[in-house]
Design a protein around this ligand. Structure first.
Ligand SMILES: [Zn+2]
Length: 198
């Protein structure tokens, strides 16, 4: 626990947008343009110059350390572990409402940096996992739709074949002699098969 006047290092994380190389100019920010008349000249990459579209970027969490001086200390014995002791600091304002919890406050910059980096790595990992889950879910949905449509097609084909069976009973090929009772019996069997097909 720190006292008023102590120098402390606060571990924090912040989100950063890291630009990815532009797909149009491959990061050169320049286009070489050839006119229909065959003249060649260079101009700024329209995407990088911000004409209506932005270059791609990815979001990353990064650990950050701020050096501060303790201005006030508060203890709350009912708080969750790591939050029993909290500080407000001079630079960010005592009584300002900007509170730093014991779990985020360290005596050395190195310890604070380690904590901040670990937390950032955890956030980045969670982000990656969430992204992977979204990708897998989309893939599963696609596969399921594909499966359903294949099953429907197979079922349609099956019904068609059975319908042909019925037709062959009612309108038999020449030579196939069947009594009316036999025909009815066979049609009943086919209809039952269709009904029982899942
Ligand atoms: Zn560009």
């Amino acid at each position: 626990m720190f006292a008023v006047g102590d120098t402390v290092y606060v571990a924090q994380v912040h989100k950063e947008s890291i630009p990815l190389p532009c797909q149009d100019c491959l990061g050169t920010k320049t286009w070489t343009v050839t006119t229909p008349a065959g003249d060649e000249f260079e101009c700024d990459c329209l995407r990088c110059a911000g004409y209506g579209c932005t270059p791609p970027s990815k979001t990353m969490w990064r650990g950050e350390v701020t050096r501060l001086t303790v201005g006030s200390v508060r203890t709350d014995t009912a708080a969750v572990p790591g939050k029993e002791v909290s500080y407000m600091c001079r630079k960010t304002g005592v009584g300002s409402g900007t509170v730093y919890y014991e779990m985020d406050v360290f005596a050395t910059r190195q310890a604070a940096q380690e904590c901040a980096d670990q937390r950032a790595a955890k956030h980045n990992e969670e982000r990656r996992t969430a992204k992977a889950i979204r990708r897998e879910t989309r893939l599963a949905q696609y596969n399921l739709r594909d499966l359903v449509s294949k099953k429907e097609k197979a079922l349609r084909l099956d019904h068609q074949i059975r319908l042909q069976d019925v037709q062959s009973v009612v309108f038999p090929d020449e030579g196939a002699v069947m009594s009316s009772d036999e025909k009815i019996e066979r049609i009943r069997e086919i209809v039952e098969e269709i009904i029982l097909t899942p």
